[in-house]
Design a protein around this ligand. Structure first.
Ligand SMILES: [Zn+2]
Length: 218
């Protein structure tokens, strides 16, 4: 089967969204750009993550939207497709409905850059995409617009999205966003969150002064 390893990795990551409490039941969806860059793989619609096998993963052509596979793909396939079209740098997308990020999205409040990690991982403030019903073209367009060149976005009255070079990175972003939302709520209770300055964000994003990690390991 084409892209067997990537199919298995897509299933592994979708199961982790469940076990980490980022979504429940059969909700949420995970996709990954294929090595050839022509298509992407996405989880099927409404299937138990524990029951999914590699053959249930649907392949979607990025240019045409044409689908290959025995299952109906996720309702948000069009949204994933539009992100891949707009962002050639994105290799994987994780969409979930975690309580804290979704709470912020319900309040329609963006997540400011409240920690260095937000600047480094998200690429700036995490914006809220305007509301659109699930599976609609309107939602896809709103999400692409609000995501911009960053790596995370909140979806009004719906959930969150993390994107990355690969599936591990996209899951990390989704996970980090949820935890940063918790930090934001605590900061609000503690007296009010204070965002770091644009100057600090620019320094962090430019890589100046980054000494974290081992030499040669980025
Ligand atoms: Zn959703």
């Amino acid at each position: 089967m084409k892209d067997q390893a990537l199919r298995e990795k897509t299933i592994e990551i979708s199961r982790l969204t469940l076990s980490r409490g980022l979504t429940i039941g059969t909700s949420g969806n995970v996709s990954a750009r294929c090595e050839d860059g022509v298509s992407f793989l996405i989880t099927p619609s409404g299937m138990d993550y524990d029951a999914i096998v590699p053959d249930d993963i649907v392949e979607v052509d990025i240019d045409t939207g044409g689908r290959t596979g025995r299952r109906v793909p996720s309702i948000e396939t069009g949204l994933h497709r539009k992100i891949y079209m707009a962002r050639p740098d994105v290799g994987a997308i994780v969409h979930v409905h975690p309580p804290l990020a979704t709470g912020l999205a319900v309040a329609r409040r963006p997540l400011p850059v409240i920690a260095d990690m937000c600047a480094l991982a998200f690429g700036g403030q995490v914006e809220v995409a305007e509301y659109g019903t699930s599976g609609s073209t309107e939602l896809a367009d709103n999400v692409v617009r609000a995501l911009g060149s960053r790596n995370a976005v909140l979806m009004a009255n719906h959930g969150s999205i993390g994107v990355g070079n690969d599936l591990d990175q996209a899951l990390f972003i989704g996970d980090l966003l949820e935890k940063m939302c918790l930090t934001y709520y605590f900061a609000t209770i503690a007296g009010g969150a204070v965002a770091i300055t644009d100057e600090a964000i620019n320094i962090l994003k430019s890589g100046v002064g980054r000494t974290y990690g081992q030499p040669g390991e980025g």
